[in-house]
Design a protein around this ligand. Structure first.
Ligand code: PMP
Length: 344
């Protein structure tokens, strides 16, 4: 799709929106006497408003993601970016979105909040991507398609060619949520971002980068699309304390933690698969395992009794009888494994 076709998907009121202009948008210097923003002048480290464009943090992220600052949006978690996709592209009560199922729950919740219909398309056998069915679910009011790869809660990644087939065939925006990409064996779609104007990639600092508490989600897309995100977001959506801590903590190398979690994934999957109560451990490209057991609720309760908390996914269509188990530190995983082993 050409950029002009993509811009035609944006709601008219958003295209025409004159965004709020902050004091810090108008004057970008760092030195001076600041009498422009009605702040308290007495220093306490946080008495000034933060940079609404988050240029310093974006510069750091650009350094390790290899994506230009203009192609980036930082949100209050990737949940903010999901919500913005609906607000930018979908007219409430009229437009719709298509999403894979089972998948991350916020695609539906954010749609419901925005009064946008979501058409969920069940994954195929072994949680495969239903390319034809996804395209068949679209009509002229379908503006967004949500794909999550590696997918939560199934854990698998989808083949790149199949996702790109959707990007080429669908006449709306394809949002590929790569929250777990740093644990995956296949590369990110970031490598093809430049050549696909209707592609939005979501990532997050909450998983592999270990910053869930700071709430920093990322979206990557064409610079024009990202400038629309920038004008619709709350002016100061990322606070100064969070940006400062992120800058410090991103200097840490998380490679060894990721490698450790990946090796725990193999070890724990193997150990679980050998247990009599486990029917199936689904292959995972993420930092969790989806596990089918006989009576998921009873095992969930047995784990809770020992203060081990996992996620019961058994009431989700397509995940009957399953628990989703996040990989922890080796000793935490061992504690979980011992309970599962002695269950029943
Ligand atoms: N996408 C997926 C697939 C997730 O599983 C999650 C969180 N569990 C998110 C996005 C949200 O991440 P964030 O913390 O960046 O809001």
């Amino acid at each position: 799709m050409e950029l002009n076709d993509v811009l035609r998907l944006v709601r008219k009121n958003i295209i025409n929106l004159a965004p709020y202009s902050t004091a810090r948008d108008e004057y970008k210097g760092k030195l001076g006497v600041f009498l422009d923003a009605n702040e308290n002048p007495y220093e306490n480290r946080y008495n000034r408003y933060p940079d609404p464009r988050q240029l310093e943090l974006k510069g750091i992220i650009s350094g390790f993601k290899g994506v230009a600052v203009e192609n980036m949006f930082i949100g209050n978690g990737s949940d903010e970016a999901i919500d913005l996709c609906y607000r930018i592209f979908c007219t409430p009560g009229k437009d719709n979105a298509v999403a894979i199922a089972p998948s991350y729950g916020m695609y539906r919740v954010a749609a419901d909040i925005n009064d946008v219909e979501v058409r969920e398309v069940q994954l195929g056998a072994d949680f495969s991507l239903p390319v034809k069915e996804l395209l068949a679910a679209c009509d002229e009011n379908t503006k967004l398609m949500f794909i999550c790869s590696p997918n939560n809660p199934s854990g698998n990644s989808f083949p790149m060619e199949q996702m790109l087939e959707l990007v080429s065939s669908f006449k709306g925006m394809v949002v590929v949520d790569e929250a777990y990409i740093d644990f995956a064996s296949q590369p990110s779609l970031l490598t093809v971002l430049d050549s696909h104007k209707n592609l939005i990639i979501l990532q997050t600092l909450s998983k592999a980068y270990g910053l869930a508490g700071l709430r920093l989600g990322l979206a990557f897309a064409d610079a024009e699309i990202m400038s629309i995100f920038a004008k619709v977001k709350y002016p100061y959506n990322i606070n100064l304390a969070g940006m400062e801590r992120a800058k410090e903590l991103l200097a840490r190398d998380v490679k060894s933690e990721i490698e450790q979690l990946k090796s725990e994934r193999e070890r724990v999957a193997e150990a679980l698969a050998a247990m009599p109560c486990v029917e199936k451990v689904f292959p995972s490209d993420a930092n969790f395992l989806l596990v089918r057991v006989g009576d998921a609720r009873a095992l969930y309760d047995a784990l809770i009794n020992e203060q081990v908390i996992v996620r019961d996914r058994s009431r989700i269509k397509g995940c009957e009888g399953t628990l989703r188990i996040t990989l922890g530190k080796p000793e935490e995983n061992d504690r979980m494994l011992a309970i599962v082993k002695n269950w029943k």
